[in-house]
Design a protein around this ligand. Structure first.
Ligand SMILES: Cc1ncc(COP(=O)(O)O)c(C=O)c1O
Length: 373
């Protein structure tokens, strides 16, 4: 066995993908409502991203962070404007590691309050921030992490002390089952953090890059986080992560405190820059598709196998009362790619660029499948 057994891989090999259609080695087509776990937000192999990548590949693939990298500056400006300063990493977990380090360096405090049922990645600090016992199982954990109950401000208050550097959360818990934060909880949390001089870190790895209908989910909630992270859809399939912090925090990530060989690699930056340009256009035009998505999803609420439907924008969770993993496998056999998430939830993250016809057709097929169960 050449590979570790740490993944369950379905018995299908994909060889090609175009927007929301993937093709396997037998030349069979599949409809993708997963975006490759929230990555292909502007559709697989988007031609504009592909051109940028190919063009960059002709010139320069890698340059260490010992030299100027104007492409990083371009992407940083597109991502954070004049308000945020950016550090580039290679993944969501790495972006979160940088956020945790920065919060500790900037405040001189160590405790990070995160939430039960959260997911922040598999590297050590990101894993420690993740509030799920199953993710920690069998491994000693880092100290300095406390877990509050999601959507419960009193639970946060009960964990406060002089050593709290930051509160870290997803605005919609993705892996945890597509559980949205409540507006009132966020309002209270931001006020509390402000009052207590505690930083707020928003993990936008799954909710960002247009997934919820705005570039970042915090735009729905009416605040600007001190620190936020992005990855997954950032370069539409080329590995990259980013940690952004309000400009005034920037000096804390001083020379020598952090770094990465590949972070902000020219290929990733070319893809990210093109993705961000494409995304602006896609988001200008997304409202009708989102409305349609939720009209169709409303129909799922009536099904006997469905307990609850939740989400925001193009991010939906359908909690089932039949085993979700069987549903995911069966739908794959029917050539529809969907995901599971915590709490027996079917998770749908279609590319924002999926055609309304393909979206409708795929949702109808899922609905009929669930109806027959
Ligand atoms: C909210 C969130 N944060 C962090 C991560 C980790 O990202 P990566 O797998 O790129 O390390 C994920 C991955 O699913 C995620 O959903």
């Amino acid at each position: 066995m050449p590979l570790f057994p740490n993944y369950h891989r379905a018995p299908v090999t994909f060889i090609q993908a175009n927007n929301a259609t993937w093709v396997d080695e037998k030349n069979q087509s599949y409809s993708d409502l997963s975006s490759g776990i929230g990555v292909y937000n502007v559709g697989a192999c988007h031609p504009q991203v592909e051109s940028a990548l190919v063009e960059q590949a002709h010139h320069l693939w890698h340059v260490p962070n010992l030299y100027q990298n104007p492409l990083q500056e371009t992407v940083a400006q597109k991502l954070g404007g004049d308000t945020y300063t950016t550090y580039f990493a290679n993944s969501g977990a790495e972006a979160n590691e940088a956020a945790i380090k920065l919060a500790r360096l900037a405040t001189g405090k160590s405790t990070i309050i995160s939430f039960t049922n959260s997911f922040h990645g598999r590297t050590y600090a990101a894993m420690a921030a993740t509030g799920q016992d199953s993710i920690h199982a069998g491994m000693p954990m880092l100290t300095g992490f406390e877990y509050a109950k999601f959507n419960d401000i009193n639970s946060v208050k009960s964990l406060l002390n002089d050593d709290v550097a930051a509160i870290m959360l997803e605005l919609i818990q993705g892996e945890g089952g597509v559980i949205p934060a409540e507006q009132a909880f966020i309002d209270d949390l931001i006020a509390l953090a402000h009052q207590q001089h505690i930083l707020v870190i928003i993990d936008e790895v799954q909710t960002g890059m247009g997934r919820t209908g705005k570039k970042f989910a915090f735009e729905h909630f009416g605040f600007e986080p001190d620190i936020f992270t992005s990855a997954k859809g950032l370069a539409n399939g080329i590995p990259v992560g980013a940690m952004l912090a309000k400009n005034e925090l920037a000096p804390a990530l001083a020379y020598g405190t952090h770094g990465s060989t590949f972070g902000g690699n020219p290929l990733a930056m070319a893809a990210a820059s093109a993705t961000l340009t494409v995304l602006d256009g896609v988001l200008n035009d997304i409202d009708d598709k989102i409305k349609h998505f939720w009209l169709k999803l409303d129909e799922f609420r009536q099904l006997p196998t469905v307990k609850e439907v939740r989400g925001l924008g193009m991010m939906a969770g359908i909690t089932l009362n039949i085993p979700v993993n069987d549903v995911v496998s069966e739908l794959l056999k029917a050539h529809i790619i969907v995901l599971s998430a915590g709490n027996n939830t079917l998770r749908l993250l279609p590319p924002l660029t999926i055609s309304t016809e393909q979206l409708t057709d795929s949702l109808e097929k899922i609905k009929h499948y669930l109806l027959k169960k």
